[in-house]
Ligand binder design. Structure first.
Ligand code: FE2
Length: 263
């Protein structure tokens, strides 16, 4: 098996650039494809950094591969359905695996390593990570979820609500409302299914809430803190009693978890 990652990066570039080429002149399509391309590279960088700093016993080739390719199905998804909403289109984890197979990419990987690519990608967009007995499988899957979320926090802290071209906010109202259900789940450290939210504010606080429900490694929490993501995300939201409570709740959680680590 070829382990020179440049070869896989070239395949990724070529595949993605076909969609960008086709989208030329269409502002919304170009923006959404570009966002996913940037996201893929950022998740690749994040996952390598987290794995390294946590000093995990993992295969860094697999780590890099799942980081870069986890969302490869997003391009077909948006091209075909004009949405990133899985509930209104297709499960994008499954689409990513389909692309890896159809493009002959997964076939380039040694057979016994393939499951450590396929399963973490299939699990990266599940509401919760299932309990896994295979320690390696857990590490790859947990790493991918953290790296993905970490870049999600970056994007929420730069996305402007007013940008109607962003698929992330499409078809959501700009009312400053957070439902009881969403609010209570977040305040109880429960992850929230993100594909049937009603308002932009809900999608923003749900992302913020992932910090208390779905971050596996303290390195990820430290990077969230260092980048000041909670405040940057909060600055992009409507300031309501509930959004402010969630913001404070998340900050307290980060402080508590990092303090307990220092002891
Ligand atoms: Fe994804």
């Amino acid at each position: 098996m070829e382990r020179d990652f440049k070869i896989y990066e070239d395949i990724f570039e070529k595949y993605v650039n076909k969609f960008l080429e086709k989208a030329k002149g269409d502002e919304a399509r170009t923006l959404n494809f570009m966002n996913k391309k940037i996201h893929s590279y950022n998740v690749r960088d994040n996952i390598l950094q987290i794995a390294k700093e946590e000093k995990l016993d993992v295969d860094m080739f697999i780590v890099e591969f799942i980081g870069l390719f986890h969302d490869i199905g997003r391009f077909y998804q948006y091209d075909r359905y004009e949405t990133f909403n899985d509930a209104e289109s297709d499960n994008h984890g499954k689409l990513s695996i389909k692309v890896l197979e159809d493009e002959g990419i997964i076939q380039m990987i040694d057979y016994d390593l393939r499951k450590y690519i396929i399963d973490p990608i299939l699990m990266h967009n599940m509401k919760d990570l299932p309990k896994l007995d295979d320690k390696k499988m857990y590490l790859y899957s947990a790493l991918l979820r953290d790296a993905d979320k970490l870049d999600g926090f970056r994007s929420i802290s730069v996305y402007e609500r007013a940008n109607k071209n962003l698929a992330y906010f499409k078809n959501k109202s700009d009312d400053p409302i957070i439902s009881d259900e969403v609010y209570n789940n977040i305040m109880n450290h429960k992850s929230v299914y993100k594909y049937n939210l009603k308002t932009i504010l809900e999608s923003q606080v749900v992302s913020l809430g992932y910090i208390t429900s779905d971050i596996n490694f303290n390195t990820t929490l430290r990077l969230i803190k260092e980048n000041n993501y909670t405040t940057k995300m909060f600055e992009k939201m409507q300031d309501t009693p509930r959004s402010r409570q969630i913001y404070n709740f998340v900050n307290d959680y980060i402080e508590r978890r990092l303090a307990s680590e220092e002891k």
